[in-house]
Design a protein around this ligand. Structure first.
Ligand SMILES: [Zn+2]
Length: 235
C-alpha cells in the first residue's frame, strides 16, 4: 500500500483501487488516510465510488504490517468489490488541526527538558507526559516559549536517517514509550530547523507559524516522576 501522507501530509484526496473490503475493514492500494499511531488519531473521511455514492470512514487504524492501513467504514455500509476505483478523501479541516497540534507537541518537547513517556493528540488539544520529578514547571513560561517558536516560523520537514546515525545520536530519541521503528535500514525523523529533531512518522505542518497561538491549559502531577503538560489552541 502506498502511504501518500508519508511524503505529502497536505494531500487531501487520492485516486485508489479497493484491494479488499469486509465488514469493518477496507484496504486500498494507496491512501491519504493516516492510521492511528504515535499519539495521533486516525483520519476520518469518505470513499467516493464511481457511481457517486459515498462510504463514510469513521476511523483509520494500522493493520498487520507497517504499511497496512485499515479504513473503518460506518457499520452497515455497502462494501465495494475488490478492484473498484474510489476517490479517498479525508476530513481535511480536522486533519489540519491534528497536524498543527502534533507539530506543536514537538515544540513542547523542545521547550521542556526531560524524557517524554507518553502523549496524546485530540482535536484542538494535546498533551505530553514528562519523566520529571517535582520540579516547578511554569505554565506561563512554557506558553510564552512555545508561542515564540511559533512566531519565529521555523521550517518543518521530514527526512530519513540511517539506523546507524540514530544509534550514534541517542539524544535524538526523547520518547521512551514510542521507540522508533529500527531494522529497516532507515528511520523517518522530523526536523524543526534549529529547534528539534525527533524520529516521528506522523503528519506535520510545513512551518511552525501555521500552528497559530496556543496556551498551556494545565500542568498535572500524575505521579512521582510524571508531569503532564496539556495544550490547547487559543481561539
Ligand atoms: Zn511528529
Amino acid at each position: 500500500m502506498e502511504l501518500v501522507f508519508r511524503h505529502d501530509a497536505y494531500e487531501r484526496a487520492c485516486e485508489a483501487a479497493v484491494e479488499s473490503a469486509v465488514e469493518g475493514a477496507i484496504r486500498l492500494d494507496r491512501t491519504v488516510f493516516y492510521p492511528m499511531g504515535g499519539g495521533q488519531p486516525g483520519d476520518i473521511g469518505q470513499l467516493i465510488l464511481p457511481d457517486g455514492s459515498r462510504i463514510e470512514i469513521l476511523d483509520t487504524v494500522k493493520g498487520a504490517t507497517i504499511d497496512d492501513v485499515v479504513h473503518v467504514p460506518k457499520p452497515g455500509s455497502v462494501l465495494p468489490a475488490a478492484g473498484t476505483k474510489v476517490r479517498a478523501e479525508i476530513d481535511w479541516d480536522r486533519r489540519h488541526r491534528l497536524m498543527r497540534m502534533h507539530t506543536c507537541l514537538h515544540l513542547l518537547c523542545a521547550v521542556v527538558p526531560g524524557e517524554v513517556t507518553g502523549g496524546q493528540i485530540s482535536d484542538g488539544r494535546g498533551r505530553l507526559d514528562f519523566n520529571l520529578p517535582d520540579t516547578r514547571l511554569d505554565k506561563e513560561a512554557i506558553t510564552a516559549a512555545i508561542n515564540r517558536l511559533i512566531e519565529e516560523d521555523h521550517p518543518v520537514s521530514p527526512r530519513w536517517i540511517s539506523d546507524e546515525e540514530l544509534t550514534k545520536n541517542p539524544e535524538l530519541v526523547r520518547t521512551m514509550s514510542v521507540k522508533p521503528p529500527m531494522g529497516q535500514g532507515q528511520v523517518r525523523v522530523l526536523d524543526i530547523e534549529g529547534v528539534d529533531l525527533q524520529p516521528c512518522g506522523g503528519t506535520h505542518v510545513r512551518r511552525t507559524g501555521e500552528i497559530g497561538p496556543i496556551e498551556v491549559t494545565k500542568i498535572e502531577n500524575k505521579g512521582k516522576m510524571n508531569r503532564r503538560v496539556n495544550i490547547a489552541f487559543r481561539i
